[in-house]
Design a binder for this molecule. Sequence first.
Ligand code: ASP
Length: 655
Amino acid sequence: MNRLRTLAICLLTCVATAQAAPAAKRTYDYYSAGKVDAPRAARTEGALMLLGGGDWPVPAFRWFVQKMGGGHLVILRASGEDDLQKDFLNEIGGATSVETLVFHDRAAASDPRVLKILGRADGIFIGGGDQSNYVRYFKGTPVNTLLDAHVRAGKPLGGTSAGLAILGAYSYGAMDGGSLLSTEAMPNPLGPGVTLVGDFLHLPHLEHVITDSHFAIRERWGRLITFVGRLATEQKDAGITGIGIDEKGALCVEPDGRARVYSIGRGFAWLVRPLRAPDVIAAAPLNFRGVPVIGIGEESEFNLVTMAVLRPAFRLEVNIVDGAFDAESLAALKRAALTPVAAAGGASGWALAIHGGAGVIERGDLTPQKEAAYRAGLNAALAAGQKVLASGGASLDAVEAAIRVLEDDPLFNAGRGAVFTADGRNELDASIMDGHTLKAGAVAGVTRTRNPISLARAVMEKSPHVMLAREGADQFSVEQGLPQAPPDYFRTEERWQQLLDWRRDHAAELDRTHSRGTVGAVAIDIKGHVAAGTSTGGMTGKRWGRIGDSPVIGAGTYAADGTCAVSATGSGEYFIRASAARQLCDRIAWHGEPVQSAASATIENIGNIGGDGGVIAMDGAGQIAFAMNSSGMYRGWVTSTRPAATAIYSNEKSP
Ligand code: ASP
């Protein structure tokens, strides 16, 4: 497949030409690449591709190229140059030629050459930008007629962002130059900012539809519902339907109206179809109660003829009261946006992130050999987790597998190589949580189990309890038949020296370096289930049966499907006081914070009370985040679409 694509790209770029119309009074620019005059490979189909305005989901474009019979693609724009054409050639390929027409005014839409280029197009794609330009330049022109005729003649048409906005029978035209916010639309549904346009394109299956893009990320629920409500009233058409597409999504519509979503990670099409007008629509705040909102995900089947959604990703009913969502509706919408993408025939992705402890790790602290050894350890753990996830295994198994590798590696402060207590012992803490069932298991102060993470899992699965400590946990481990090890197994000379240093220099203080090396993992599997785990020897010089955050569910570890998975490392006392892992997840679930800001804010919160360390986190769609306020954190990540990578220092690149 790749080879074919490379060949196609080469064929196209080798004969690429870029011609601009004469500089004086240019009404459009024209670019072309590939064999514009060659016959197309196969027959075309009158399909539609509705894109949300973000990165292009490659499978959706492949589908589109197939619908245009691998023929001639024409990209329409009202700004920019040939960059979309280049993106297409680099990322997609498979077309006989690609041409771009960049319109500068309405006159271009009657230019015979433009009409000729469009007339012979096998597929047309309308780029993003400012849709008011499309309205001004195309509406009522020969280009308008041609676009309608193109699909009726059985050829595909697609659009993204502004190019999506104009595909419906009705469009938000942004005619006042603005980009209306939901919080502006709902209080004033008849206001001057709600510039709706009709009688523009007349495409099959979109006769009652108004579209919107960048949907969940810009919280456009309110504005789309306002558009739908206003149109339902003014057009006296209760069937007016809003379709919002998330940035990472594409809705691909077959000629017969059957449609499916493709997405990069989590991206939905949001169907707003109240089948009635709002309670009140006047020069006053909108009141519209009980509006159904249905999520169409990769696993869903949608039909634009019947408007039926099979296997929806979510179904909600929301209320707009006096120009605003009530609190419950807004929270439900934000939660829905975080719904995990269920496996569509095993096509969904997986992801794994790990850490090997945070602390004072400055560049130059580690010899090149030691740094390489740490990275090798992280890579071995990633490989173990990847093996599970890539073969369709569960995130819980991947988390356990990755952590076991790090526990066995004497470099890390977990299992073998754990730090010493004040009286010279290794006492190990670990926990694991399954985001699917919300079950959890933890052990504290265990001394003989080779892999404490597996003991934590046994507590979760084989005991009625969540946390077992010290002798009892050791005894449970033996009863479960888990591999045992003598105390010497855990001891390394380096950790022993760290204890001696600690005794000499700052006994009675918390060891601020944390002796670097608690380990943890978070993962999402192809079914969309998340899991998290953490394992540690704690802190050098810990006393009196001290237990840190690592085995405390909600502090060092937490996982909940659709929300997030977290593993922490650092000065455990502070992570416990801040309920760090649960705090991070609640920021996502309750406030809809993106995972990276939730992780950073949690670490900031810990810093504010005097703590230091880091977290690895993953949201319900597998988006990975790292945050730390220490100078380093051993960390690594691998996903179904990205190769394994590691980082150590705080300013090193993370995903
Ligand atoms: N959080 C661990 C603890 O307090 C130590 C660490 O992560 O370095 O036990």
